[in-house]
Each structure stands twice: as structure tokens, then as C-alpha cells.
Design a binder for this molecule. Structure first.
Ligand SMILES: Cc1cc2nc3c(=O)[nH]c(=O)nc-3n(C[C@H](O)[C@H](O)[C@H](O)COP(=O)(O)OP(=O)(O)OC[C@H]3O[C@@H](n4cnc5c(N)ncnc54)[C@H](O)[C@@H]3O)c2cc1C
Length: 318
């Protein structure tokens, strides 16, 4: 049965195609009094298919709150192999400037600096993004810039297949790499760039490879940080994207003592209830981040935390 059509309450005012199947959609709400939001949050976009009915999906807001009431930006990847029979990305990529769309009126999500650590937390905010997982971090960094000017408190790591897929690269470089001694934006590509320009010493590999121990030391050097700086005493980590990026970053950073905030992961790793979290994630798909039945792997991960001096608490047998 097709889902009931939804009402359109916003207009796509601009569509910026960055690469094949990768675009920024600018959406203007009809309602001037559209609720504001905290950078890192998301809302839903919805469209009606003529036969299959309506579809709604969550999208992080890529723009900062300061662009309201004018517009919100969404950074969206066309999904080639969707799991549903009415994928929203196939409808939204058929839209052009001027087309109407449904914009969720509720703003959702706790993946914000305010909620996770508090706005006053002075530590470095290491933001790890794969593909369109950059969206919450553009919102956070643009907002910070609007309110306080240039900052070295955000370290944004962005991974994509090819240089052309690194959306917002120019803006991130301008905002975060102005101080050559403390660059704070590091893009990396995982495929051969072919004829696209990419510095011979440019970063290569998926974004989570930044956390391989040797490479992490190189990154710290390149960012003007002390060797071994990236620990929970000095930094908090925010990760956004699909399961692989989240799982690989999280498990690598256990070695540096980073404690995940997510309850299921904490319980599986025997992290005491009152131990503060220093690693947070927003997941765009629904695969489990860790295989909670794979006791051998879980024990390896616990060992990583113990080796970093984190004291775990084995739950009482039930
Ligand atoms: C809180 C939240 C925020 C999100 N923010 C964004 C965003 O800012 N930009 C964005 O592009 N997507 C975002 N997503 C994903 C988005 O909600 C949809 O799942 C995605 O656009 C696919 O929808 P679909 O209907 O076309 O495909 P579906 O038929 O629903 O297929 C779902 C499958 O698509 C794949 N997929 C989902 N997201 C991506 C992606 N970004 N890149 C590659 N493959 C993907 C996954 O494997 C997933 O299993 C977010 C998801 C959540 C939960």
C-alpha cells in the first residue's frame, strides 16, 4: 500500500551539484518562524512518489542556525543500492531549484557539543566524517565562526573516495587552515585520484586510517599538536557516517583511552556507569556498530581500554 502523501511546506531554492550523486540542497521553509536548532541536529525531508506514496528520511543540517529564517542546507549522497523500494534520494535527486518538498517541523538529535560535553568544554573537538557525514561538522564550525571568529578548537577529518567528493573543502580550508602552524582540516581520499589534482604528500586512505597509531602521530605533528596529544584529557571525538567508519574509529581510539558514550557499546565493554564519555557518534545506517555476540573481539577491545589505563567493571553474573 502506498503511504499517504505528505504536505509540502518548503521550497528547494538552490541545488549545488558537487559530483555525480552528491549535492547540497538549499531548502527554504514557508514558515518564517521555523524553530531554530543546535549544530549537529537533524530533521526530516519528505517527498511523494506518484505511485509509491510518501517517504521521509533524516538529514543532518549542514548550515549553521544563523541562516534562519532564510534557509537550511542539506548535504546528500544519492544511494545507488537503497534498501527500500521508495528511496528518498532517488526522488530528491530528480528535484531542481523551485521544487517543493516537505521539511520536518521538529528538530531532533543529541549529537551536539552542548548535549555531549557542554559548550564550555575546552578540549579539542576531533570531528571524524566520511562522505556526507561532514554535515553536522560544517554546521558546528560555521556556527562557531559566526559567533566567535576563527578557532583551533575543531579538528575536522574528512574522508571521501575522490577529491571531487570532498564537499565543503574550500570553505573548510578557509575557515580551519588559516593558521599554517595549526591547520585544523585534513581531507583524505581512498581511491586513485586519476587526473584530479592531489598533492603527492596528500593524505590517502579512509578517514578512520588517521587513527592507526603511526598515522595518528603524523597527524598530531601536522596539526601542530604535541605527540600523544589526542587523549581524553585533551580531546573529545565526534564521528559521523556509516557503520564502518564509526566502528573502525571507535575501536582504534580505545587504545588512546577514549570512552564511548553509546549505552549498548558501554555495556558490552564493561565501562562503569559513572565514567564520563569522550567519544560520540551519529550513525546514518542501522548496522550494529559492534557485534555484541562476538565475545572474543569484545575482550580484545576491553584489553585496549585497560592498556590505556581505563578501569573496567565486569557486570555481576545474572
Ligand atoms: C540522524 C541521521 C542523519 C542523516 N543525515 C544524512 C545527511 O546529512 N546526508 C545524507 O546523505 N544522509 C543522511 N542520512 C541518511 C538518510 O537518512 C538516508 O538513510 C539516506 O539518504 C538513504 O535514503 P534512501 O531512502 O535513498 O535509501 P534507503 O532505501 O533508505 O537505503 C538505506 C541504505 O542507504 C545507505 N546509506 C544511507 N545513508 C548513506 C549515505 N549518506 N551515503 C551512502 N550510503 C548511505 C545505507 O547503507 C542504508 O542502509 C542520515 C541518517 C540519519 C539516521
Amino acid at each position: 500500500m502506498p503511504r499517504k502523501p505528505i504536505e509540502y511546506n518548503a521550497t528547494i531554492t538552490e541545488r549545488q551539484d558537487l559530483a555525480d550523486g552528491l549535492a547540497i540542497f538549499r531548502v527554504k521553509p514557508d514558515e518564517q518562524s521555523f524553530e531554530t536548532f543546535t549544530p549537529g541536529q537533524y530533521t526530516v525531508l519528505g517527498l511523494n512518489h506518484p505511485e509509491k506514496g510518501s517517504v521521509l528520511r533524516a538529514y543532518s543540517i549542514a548550515s549553521p542556525p544563523q541562516t534562519l529564517p532564510g534557509y537550511l542546507d542539506f548535504y546528500i549522497r544519492y544511494v545507488n543500492r537503497p534498501t527500500s523500494d521508495n528511496p528518498l534520494t532517488h526522488l530528491v535527486f530528480a528535484c531542481q531549484a523551485g521544487d517543493r518538498i516537505h521539511l520536518g517541523t521538529k528538530i531532533r538529535g543529541k549529537f551536539t557539543v552542548d548535549h555531549e560535553v557542554g559548550a564550555e568544554d575546552p578540549r579539542l573537538r576531533v570531528c571524524v566524517a566520511a562522505g556526507t557525514g561532514l554535515a553536522p561538522f560544517t554546521s558546528m564550525t560555521f556556527d562557531h565562526f559566526h559567533r566567535f571568529g576563527a578557532t583551533s578548537q575543531y579538528l575536522v577529518l574528512h574522508g571521501a573516495s575522490y577529491p571531487r567528493d570532498l564537499g565543503y573543502r574550500h570553505e573548510m580550508e578557509e575557515l580551519l587552515n588559516a593558521d599554517a602552524k595549526k591547520p585544523r582540516y585534513f581531507p583524505t581520499i581512498s581511491r586513485d585520484p586519476g587526473s584530479e589534482p592531489w598533492a603527492a604528500d596528500g593524505w590517502r586512505g579512509r578517514v578512520e586510517s588517521f587513527f592507526e597509531e603511526e598515522k595518528l602521530r603524523r597527524l598530531e605533528r601536522a596539526a601542530g599538536l604535541e605527540p600523544g596529544f589526542v587523549t581524553p584529557a585533551n580531546a573529545v571525538v565526534f564521528i559521523c557516517g556509516l557503520t564502518g567508519t564509526i566502528a573502525n574509529t571507535l575501536t582504534a581510539l580505545l587504545l588512546r583511552g577514549f570512552v564511548p558514550g553509546e549505552l549498548k557499546v558501554r555495556n558490552a565493554l564493561w565501562i562503569p556507569k559513572d565514567m564520563p564519555a569522550s567519544l560520540f557518534f551519529e550513525q546514518y545506517d542501522t548496522e550494529p556498530v559492534l557485534d555484541l555476540k562476538d565475545e572474543a573481539s569484545l575482550e580484545t577491545y576491553r584489553e585496549r581500554l585497560r592498556s590505556a589505563g581505563v578501569e573496567l567493571e565486569r557486570p555481576a553474573a545474572v
